[in-house]
Design a protein around this ligand. Sequence first.
Ligand code: ADP
Ligand code: ADP
Ligand code: ZN
Length: 228
Amino acid sequence: MDGATVVQAAPVLILLGPPGAGKGTQARLLEERFGLVQLSTGDLLRAAVAAGTEAGKAAESVMKAGGLVSDEIVLAILADRLAEPDCAQGVILDGFPRTTAQAEALDALLAESGQCINAAISLDVDDVKMVIRISGRFTCGTCGEGYHETLKPPKQKGICDQCGGSKMMRRADDTAETAMARLDAYHVQTEPLIEYYRAKRALSCVNAMQAIDRVADQIAKIVEEKTA
Ligand code: ADP
Ligand code: ADP
Ligand code: ZN
């Protein structure tokens, strides 16, 4: 497979990066700009936990401790979501794959329908920045827009810029204690994917320490190039 030259009707993009790199923030901007569907395994898992499904029960303690949920659970949840009709317009995978086994399973799943990934975009940030970003992160409980206490506060304190909602939520795993475990999981289990996608000539890297708009513009250029 040569991801660098593939052209297909429904783009498949991957956002790679440690927790706090800006994957969710950028995925939402890509949804708006390119009409793609954001598919976040973190969001799907949190929904499974909230719904109390078998998968959610198995995932909850692992997520709280900052580890990675088993490939089996994550793959089942992802395959179900990918099969939904809206995904036919193209997807941005946010937080998936996170292990080599997941990346291989994704390639196999896409191959079944004659697809492959257009680009894997690595959002590069240093470890110190990542801890600052996740420890100040919160989200609008109504529309899902992401914020940060100092880096991206809403214009009016406590009120969502996008939907006017006032129910702001913090994630149970966004603590200084889990930050280290999550970083470890990233470096040990997920970072090898950078070489995996480089070898397939599908990798693009963006300096994600820049302002949100600048990162977004650079990602947009990559998407335009890889889906043209
Ligand atoms: P972040 O935005 O901080 O990178 P996510 O919302 O993507 O975090 O994921 C939250 C947690 O959900 C992870 O720490 C992990 O426990 C679990 N998780 C999400 N995606 C995956 C995946 N692809 N494989 C295994 N675990 C996952
Ligand atoms: P991820 O999905 O990779 O875990 P998020 O998109 O949730 O990361 O971003 C983590 C936090 O950092 C959020 O509070 C977000 O508002 C903020 N953030 C994201 N990108 C940037 C950036 N380029 N500069 C400053 N803050 C950012
Ligand atoms: Zn909102």
